[in-house]
Design a protein around this ligand. Structure first.
Ligand code: ZN
Length: 418
């Protein structure tokens, strides 16, 4: 039988009761498989661990063994070389994703097509837990040419892709035409879209909004709720692992997808993740660079999976001040840019400590820039704000992952290139 994402989803639902009681057993079983593959077939782990799988103490449980193994991260893996990270020398038709758009340093993760479908199912499980139904249409704000996917690849609800590099008016035209009930995207971009609608007197109500890719800040939550009439749902995800955790319907923490991922918290390194299914390129105790507490207490919503609380990390974009201290104010600086009338493409670029440059695709109305500049200098104590009008779309910076970020730090880019 050909496994599809919908078959996985059905399997999850059928096994939900069983998993509630046997989650630890299931994790143990999967870990056993992944660790053996890593120890026997992956040069990177063979070298790093220096353990012969036959010497493992049979009395010890894998879940205890794994906690004694070295912690890895993107830099360590990248330095080892891509070929040494794989379990197979022949790799027919692997699915590949590339991480690292925000830092400009790409890192490639490979998986089987089957695993990719499993990830899609895990994502839709989140949507369905928040009352999304198969007949709803989803608008996904991402870096894809606009178009309608009649769900041939997922077998799930229809998806409309909204091009995030397009001007906001074009995005609005597309959304108005395709009329999705569900909006999915990066919070800063959805907020930008929301503010555009509000300022131009357009109304759009959504049944649900899912925010991914970066931290959903309290102010963004408020903006989205006010304009779309519904409280957004936070999804914690990454290119390496797909959907990691998602906000509980009771709004108290994010449930971890513990049947696919094993999460630990390290006092210095933060969250460590082990993918329980990726046996092509195993990721074991991978420090993802975010931090949160893991809450194992029972949730009132009856979901048996543990929760993440007080999640910190992910694109809390920082602006470097003149004294080189960093403040997480990029989202606030960007949100107010929408108030330039007639401007539909912009980007804020940090050029020097304490200095930002504003790139717009049209000259703003008289006085608008001066007003913005005064607000930034006064409120955020930056030392310089300059204006540049783009001569073409190519003037805007696009990251290695193809994103056109609202805020881009040239300082961070230089730092990571050194
Ligand atoms: Zn819950």
């Amino acid at each position: 039988m050909r496994a599809s994402a919908s078959a996985f989803l059905l399997q999850y639902y059928l096994s939900r009761k069983r998993l509630q009681h046997r989650l630890a057993e299931h994790q143990q079983h999967r870990l056993n498989h992944i660790l053996r593959i890593a120890l026997e077939q992956v040069p990177f782990y063979k070298e790093l661990y220096g353990i012969n799988p036959n010497q493992l103490d049979p009395e010890l449980r894998m879940i205890d063994i794994v906690k004694t193994l070295p912690i890895i991260d993107k830099n360590l893996m990248r330095a080892a070389g891509y070929e040494r990270l794989l379990s197979r020398t022949t790799k027919p038709n692997l699915h590949q994703v590339t991480t690292g758009g925000s830092t400009g340093e790409a890192f490639q993760v490979s998986m089987t097509q089957l695993h990719r479908k499993r990830r899609v199912a895990v994502l839709y499980r989140t949507y369905f837990a928040h009352d999304v139904r198969p007949w709803h249409k989803l608008a996904i704000f991402q870096n894809t040419p606009p178009g309608i996917d009649n769900s041939s690849w997922t077998g799930y609800p229809k998806s409309a892709f909204v091009d995030i590099t397009a001007d906001t008016s074009t995005q609005w035209g597309f959304v108005r035409e395709s009329r999705p009930q569900i909006l999915i995207g990066i919070p800063s971009i959805l907020c930008d879209f929301a503010n555009y609608l509000s300022l131009n007197g357009h109304h759009y109500r959504a049944k649900a909004i899912f925010c991914n890719s970066e931290m959903l800040m309290p102010k963004q939550r408020k903006t989205l709720k006010k304009i779309f009439g519904v409280e957004p749902i936070n999804v914690y995800d990454s290119w390496e692992f797909g959907n990691i955790a998602w906000e509980c319907p009771m709004r108290d923490g994010l449930h971890i997808n513990s049947d696919s991922l094993l999460l630990e918290r390290h006092p210095d390194k933060g969250i460590l993740i082990t993918d329980l299914y990726n046996d092509v390129m195993p990721l074991i105790r991978y420090a993802i660079g975010d931090d949160a507490d893991i809450d194992n207490t029972a949730c009132p919503c009856a979901n048996p999976y543990p929760r993440l609380s007080s999640l910190q990390g992910k694109a809390l974009e920082c602006v470097v001040m003149a004294d080189r201290s960093e403040r997480a104010i990029a989202a606030q600086l960007c949100e107010n840019l929408r108030f330039f009338k007639g401007v539909d493409a912009y980007q804020l670029v940090q050029t020097e400590p304490g200095a930002i440059e504003l790139l717009l695709n049209h000259t703003p109305e008289t006085g608008a820039f001066e007003e913005y500049k005064a607000w930034v200098l006064d409120t955020f104590k930056l030392t310089s704000v300059s204006l540049r009008i783009a001569s073409s779309k190519d003037d805007f910076i696009v990251t290695a992952a193809g994103k056109r970020p609202l805020f881009y730090s040239k300082l961070k880019h230089q730092k990571s290139a050194n």
